[in-house]
Design a protein around this ligand. Structure first.
Ligand code: T5A
Length: 203
């Protein structure tokens, strides 16, 4: 089973993943938790460039770095885990590129699809999208302290991304579960845990 987690800044993905990690490890489930960018050693080096506020990147350079990270991730982590029949949960995956580089930066979606197809990427079975009003997410990030290269973008950039995700969820109801991320961390965790468990047991 291949599950991905999406959402805009500060929606609570890391918080949710920590709770899911504990839950599934207590239940002795064979789950691999990973992320993009930075799911491999090579990807971590790419991630540090991508998040560095002092570095200016053209939107295409940013995209190619993200795709290099994804290629390494698919090749070294995702495909081998799927081959071993291991369940995977990835914090961000392909939808992030269509949302951030496509809707956010304005790169044509067809161009992105063409580039993405070159990766020959496994498709997720379930994608959980944590939805939160942009200002609320950015306030959470601000409170947490330390912002990155993406988090310095303006509200309109993130509104385009959120609207893109909402549209994607509407068009792909069989793959997506939308969770209202303004709920408490416990409520978000319970909704995500139940949908993953149902998917694992084919309900
Ligand atoms: N990116 C990535 C692209 O542009 N294209 C791509 O193709 C890919 C793969 C990754 C950046 O890269 C971009 C998108 C991203 O900008 P990242 O560090 O992984 O950078 O950043 P994010 O994925 O955005 O994650 P964040 O760390 O910003 O946010 P999270 O993980 O969603 O939020 P989290 O859990 O750290 O929570 C934020 C704060 O809110 C609190 C937490 O305690 C924390 O303080 N919180 C809640 N508060 C109230 N109620 C809840 N339910 C809460 N849940 C969490």
């Amino acid at each position: 089973m291949f599950i991905t987690l999406e959402g805009s800044e500060g929606a609570g993905k890391s918080t949710l993943i920590n709770l899911l990690k504990k839950y599934f490890s207590d239940k002795k489930f064979n789950f691999l938790f990973t992320r993009e960018p930075g799911g491999t050693k090579e990807g971590q080096a790419i991630r540090s460039i991508l998040l560095d506020k002092t570095i200016e990147l053209d939107s295409y350079s940013e995209t190619f770095l993200l795709l290099a990270d994804r290629y390494e991730h698919i090749d070294k982590v995702i495909k081998p885990a799927l081959k071993r029949n291991q369940n995977i949960l990835s914090d961000r995956y392909i939808d992030s590129t269509f949302a951030y580089q496509g809707a956010g930066r304005g790169i044509d979606q067809k161009e992105l699809q063409y580039l993405m197809d070159l990766l020959n990427y496994p498709k997720p079975d379930l994608t959980i999208y944590l939805d939160l009003p942009i200002e609320e997410g950015l306030n959470r990030v601000k409170k947490r302290g330390k912002s990155d290269r993406f988090e310095k973008e303006d509200l309109i950039f993130f509104e385009r991304i959120r609207n893109f995700y909402l549209d994607l969820v509407k068009k792909n109801p069989e793959r997506f579960l939308l969770i209202d991320a303004s709920k408490s961390t416990d409520e978000v965790f319970n909704l995500a845990k139940d949908s993953i468990t149902n998917k694992l047991y084919g309900k």
